[in-house]
Ligand binder design. Structure first.
Ligand SMILES: Cc1cc2nc3c(=O)[nH]c(=O)nc-3n(C[C@H](O)[C@H](O)[C@H](O)COP(=O)(O)OP(=O)(O)OC[C@H]3O[C@@H](n4cnc5c(N)ncnc54)[C@H](O)[C@@H]3O)c2cc1C
Ligand code: SF4
Length: 610
């Protein structure tokens, strides 16, 4: 298969592996292939064909037939702003992830997760929340999607005694899978299209999101902040939605209480957070531990791939579990194809439950499929409103990596456990100490081969900005999951974040700093980083984003928004939306808590209608 041949050729050219390690790489590649969805395989195969034929004009041979040194030379000559370099980067990320599964790599950097898991003695839970029987033909409420929005609505309505069915396209994972499987395998299993979702525009931005029971929350980093007052002012200015801050605050408190949200304790901060803290102290910055849904966290650092120890409380462990005990029916591997509409009323859904298509009727239908899928489902169901799919905020993000002069072992400790807020007011940019498990983390700076093996000495800081610009999901989206161009203003805010991150890392003892550029550009100081940032165009930044929102926003009227302040779709009495798509505009900070809180307010309105 062309995909396997190209990945193997790429890894040969990039990593110069010995033959025994290469055979391990091939074994792991064969393990990964069956997990890829048909659309991911198609996507990666197209990229592989394009890469294979690209050198023919200049080198007269396809990529896979060039010698390893000629491949390397050809890659070096490619302009980092070109589409082909983006293709190489994407395939490189996949190849590096597969290589990271090899025992040789893990031993060479002192990363032994199975030993850590054994020592942690995590208790396996046998519990299944998925309903064992067929769905009934009628429910009071059908909820589509089990994430930050859907789980809360299902919980609140089940708690109040209504019959509720919750349909989730993704699977229900077991704790056994979380304990035994490498985070890379879990990323492939529990993210939509194996996590290979990108925006289309300048530059292309990696935009992963969950497809699993509990939604993206099951695989998110777990930082829970309330939206600042400034966000509420922006919402009002852009959409006329004037949220009552006392009801928002009381909804925040209910959710924080249930999720046991608190600052990360000192013992779990981990080496990467300490680098950020030391640097920030020296520079006199405003810093502190993040607030998280933390209980029984063992600092395993895998939150974004499903927490093995239930140390990050998510939608499954709190709201869905409690709702099931009160009668909620949960259906996993159940993709809703469309909402049945008749005379401007929603009558229920057409859903494939484990591959069997059924029609389920309901009094009220709630769409909670997330900001990227809710607009698609509304359109597929014939709902019309000019704002569907528009106003997309994503919070572009990136990461600065540094080689420190001491061991950090950044993957140990609570993931994303520390923040610096100095750029928040002026640039709406937050710095977060995040260090994903080795081999993961698309947005981090391109580390040179020799430094890849010094993983224990690496530290990284994530830069996340609240975007002024917006993108959209087209009715016929041909390439990418959404269209999005980074504006010059947002790029400048990100650059400020990269500079401050470099200063923090330098103050904490960095020997080398890797800004997030597509070609490896190690810098020895922040002033060198500044020089590198002056000359570059947006195309050569490595960016990712994790916070899509506002694609079916609340607005004062149907000219401005898709739903009213109760979450009801304009023009359709019994159709509601409760997820990140209705957030009127940017939340400035991480959005989960706000999606939870607003969904709780909407559930209350629905209960009054029932
Ligand atoms: C890697 C990562 C890290 C993050 N870290 C943080 C963080 O630290 N703090 C924070 O506040 N936020 C974080 N987020 C963002 C946060 O998780 C999301 O904003 C939030 O989960 C959005 O909630 P939602 O209900 O809109 O969608 P989701 O939580 O994505 O839930 C939507 C669900 O609907 C399902 N679905 C979609 N279509 C259908 C269909 N047709 N039929 C049935 N089911 C369907 C999906 O499979 C999914 O499970 C992170 C996101 C990512 C990707
Ligand atoms: S760091 Fe994250 S993955 Fe690890 S135990 Fe704590 S919450 Fe779970």
């Amino acid at each position: 298969m062309v995909l396997q041949r190209v990945l193997k050729s790429l890894v040969e050219a990039r990593l110069e592996l010995e033959s025994s390690v290469m055979s391990d790489f091939i074994v792991n590649m064969d393990k990964v292939m069956p997990i890829l969805s048909p659309s991911s395989k198609r996507f990666l195969s197209i990229l592989s064909i394009l890469l294979d034929i690209s050198p023919i004009l200049s080198k007269f041979k396809p990529f896979t037939l060039l010698s390893s040194s000629k491949r390397k030379e050809w890659i070096r000559e490619i302009n980092a702003e070109s589409l082909i370099y983006d293709i190489i980067n994407t395939l490189d990320t996949v190849a590096l992830a597969i290589y990271s599964l090899t025992p040789r790599f893990q031993e060479s950097i002192g990363y032994n997760r199975l030993k850590t898991m054994r020592e942690a003695k995590i208790e396996e839970r046998d519990e299944k929340l998925t309903y064992k029987h067929k769905p009934k033909s009628y429910y009071d409420v059908v909820v589509i999607g089990s994430g930050a929005g859907g789980a809360i609505v299902a919980w609140e309505l089940a708690r109040r005694g209504f019959s509720v069915a919750l349909f989730e396209a993704g699977p229900e994972p077991s704790t056994r899978e979380f304990i035994l499987e490498h985070p890379i395998i879990r990323a492939l299993k529990y993210y939509w299209d194996n996590g290979l979702t990108f925006t289309w525009g300048t530059p292309t931005i990696h935009l992963p999101f969950g497809k699993v029971l509990g939604g993206t929350v099951t695989v998110n980093s777990g930082t829970l902040f309330r939206a600042p007052e400034e966000a509420l002012r922006i919402w009002y200015k852009e959409t006329g939605f004037n949220i009552d801050s006392s009801s928002l605050n009381s909804a925040y408190s209910i959710i924080e209480d249930k999720l046991k949200v608190k600052p990360v304790p000192e013992s779990l901060l981990g080496g990467n957070a300490l680098v950020m803290r030391n640097g920030s102290k020296i520079l006199g910055l405003k810093h502190g531990p993040t607030r998280r849904p933390i209980e029984g966290c063992m600092g395993l650092g895998e939150c974004a791939f499903g927490c093995p120890s239930s140390g990050k409380l998510d939608m499954r462990q709190v709201f869905i579990r409690e709702a099931v005990s009160m009668g909620l029916h949960v259906f996993t591997n159940s993709m809703v194809r469309k909402i049945i509409m008749r005379n401007d009323r929603a009558r229920g859904v057409v859903v494939d439950v484990n591959g069997v298509r059924v029609n389920i009727e309901s009094k009220i239908t709630v769409v909670s499929a997330g900001a990227l899928n809710t607009p698609r489902l509304l359109r597929a169901s014939g709902i019309s409103n000019r704002n569907i799919g528009k106003h997309l905020h994503i919070h572009p993000a990136t990461g600065v990596v540094a080689l420190m002069d001491y061991k950090v072992r950044g993957w140990i400790g609570t993931m994303q456990s520390y923040y610096v807020e100095d750029l928040l007011t002026e640039y709406k940019t937050l710095l977060l100490a995040t260090f994903p498990p080795p081999g993961l983390g698309y947005s981090a700076g391109s580390i040179s081969l020799s430094d890849l093996y010094k993983y224990e000495y690496l530290a990284s800081i994530g830069v996340q900005t609240s975007d002024d610009n917006t993108g959209y999901i087209a009715s016929k989206q041909i390439l990418g999951i959404a269209n999005y161009n980074l504006s010059i203003i947002d790029l400048e805010k990100i650059k400020e974040g990269i500079i401050l991150s470099s200063e923090i890392l330098e103050a904490a003892g960095a020997k080398k700093i890797y800004p997030p550029l597509k070609k490896a550009h190690p810098a020895s100081s922040t002033s060198e980083v500044k020089k590198l940032l002056k000359v570059v165009s947006p195309k050569i930044f490595k960016l990712s984003a994790y916070h899509p929102m506002s694609t079916a926003r609340i607005g004062r009227d149907p000219e401005i928004g898709v739903v009213d302040e109760k979450g009801r779709v304009y023009g359709y009495d019994n159709l509601y939306i409760a997820d990140a798509s209705i957030i009127p505009s940017t939340t400035i900070v991480n959005p989960q808590l706000t999606v939870n809180a607003i969904s709780l307010i909407i559930a209350d309105s629905i209960a009054k209608e029932l």
